[in-house]
Ligand binder design. Structure first.
Ligand SMILES: CSC[C@@H](O)[C@@H](O)C(=O)COP(=O)(O)O
Length: 367
């Protein structure tokens, strides 16, 4: 993604090779700032406070965090402890655990003296692979947008609704849900994106709107409750969202509110697609019922953050004093509400059979 004419990924190793640089997503959209992570603890902190977020990106950050840990101590015990610390930072996105288990399987057999170097190389491979995977997802999703574009009067845009940020900022580049959109826009197909603000952390308003704007994609920010109304009035042609974990039966966990969008899409006949890389499929879960849902602090609901006229970032309390708040960060959309899963291998039906057809090598191990 180009920001002010400079091509960026969301994470990259620093020039000295001993640290890693991230875009600090807690500063967006007001400031585009980078942060250097030099230790395991700094990487864990970046994941916990959501300086990096989005399922694929927290996986890649954890991989680099493990490499940073091994520079200090590459013993078997340190490897195991670092994996445990990183895996515990966020519970719902399976990519975090997937990336750490991939790292473990490569690093465990290595002599300790070789581990740090191998870990940096493997983390870099994962980052490159994420870019290619997301690019492929975009190629497959593009076909859906092309088909809808053919049905529209000339020059009229394909209206796509997305929830949260499953974009460049949630991955290393391209995004999952946004990759088909960027591909379509770059191919000259008129697209317009309805961006759910995504309370309470407003990833849609702060991040998705920011990156679509940076790429020149026409978009409109809406409150989370507007989607159903727009769908009823024929203003949404297609929904595409990302996901943090897909169970073996095609149930999908994603940012809280995704389920309500899927219900509205189902009721109004709007196709509802979920874009994901293979690393988001949890083959060990037979349904979405057992996906752990992150519970976050009440402050995120009770307090809103924004920028005042003089440019200072300020927090304001929005609730009646003393009211408690609950903050489940994700929900599960049943497979029956999902029109299809857009993956790097193609588009699958959201079902055990659909996933098994795309990933035959996992057929035996799926729960
Ligand atoms: C390609 S990212 C898919 C999901 O991770 C994304 O939609 C999402 O829900 C992110 O939640 P977040 O809490 O911001 O990490």
């Amino acid at each position: 993604m180009k920001i002010d004419g400079v091509l960026y990924r969301t994470i990259w190793p620093s020039d000295d090779g001993a640290s890693v640089v991230i875009v600090d997503q807690t500063r967006l959209p007001h400031r585009f700032e980078t942060v250097t992570l030099g230790t395991l603890e700094e990487a864990a902190h970046a994941i916990r406070v959501m300086q990096v977020r989005g399922a694929p990106l927290i996986g890649v950050t954890a991989a680099y965090g493990l490499a940073l840990a091994l520079v200090r101590d590459a013993s078997d015990a340190a490897l195991a402890q670092a994996i445990e610390l990183l895996a515990g930072q966020r519970p719902t996105a399976i990519n975090l655990r997937w990336a750490l288990e991939e790292m473990r399987s490569v690093l465990q057999p290595q002599p300790p003296g070789d581990r740090a170097c191998r870990a940096f190389a493997k983390a870099a491979e994962m980052a490159d692979e994420d870019v290619e995977t997301c690019r492929r997802i975009g190629g497959h999703g593009l076909k859906l947008i092309e088909e809808i574009a053919k049905t529209k009067p000339a020059g009229e845009p394909v209206n796509i609704l997305t929830h949260c940020n499953a974009g460049w900022l949630a991955c290393v580049d391209w995004g999952t849900a946004t990759s088909p959109i960027y591909h379509a826009h770059d191919a000259g197909i008129p697209v317009h994106v309805w961006v759910d603000e995504t309370r309470p952390r407003n990833q849609g308003a702060a991040l998705t709107a920011f990156e679509l704007g940076a790429h020149g994609v026409p978009h409109t920010l809406i409150v989370d409750n507007a989607g159903g109304h727009l769908m009823q009035h024929g203003k949404v042609d297609l929904c595409i969202v990302g996901t943090d974990r897909v169970a073996a039966n095609g149930d999908v966990a994603n940012k809280i509110g995704t389920y309500l969008k899927a219900l509205a899409a189902h009721d109004t006949g709007v196709p509802f697609y979920v874009a994901l890389p293979y690393s988001t499929i949890d083959w060990t879960l037979s349904s979405g019922r057992d996906i752990p849902i992150e519970e976050r602090g009440a402050d995120e609901v009770l307090v809103m953050q924004g920028r005042t006229a003089d440019g200072t970032v300020a927090e304001v309390e929005i609730a009646a004093p003393g009211s408690p708040a609950a903050n489940p960060a994700f929900d599960v959309t049943p497979a029956r509400l999902v029109t299809g899963l857009i993956t790097e291998r193609g588009i699958a039906l959201a079902s055990r059979e659909g996933l098994a057809a795309l990933y035959p090598e996992r057929r035996e191990s799926a729960a």
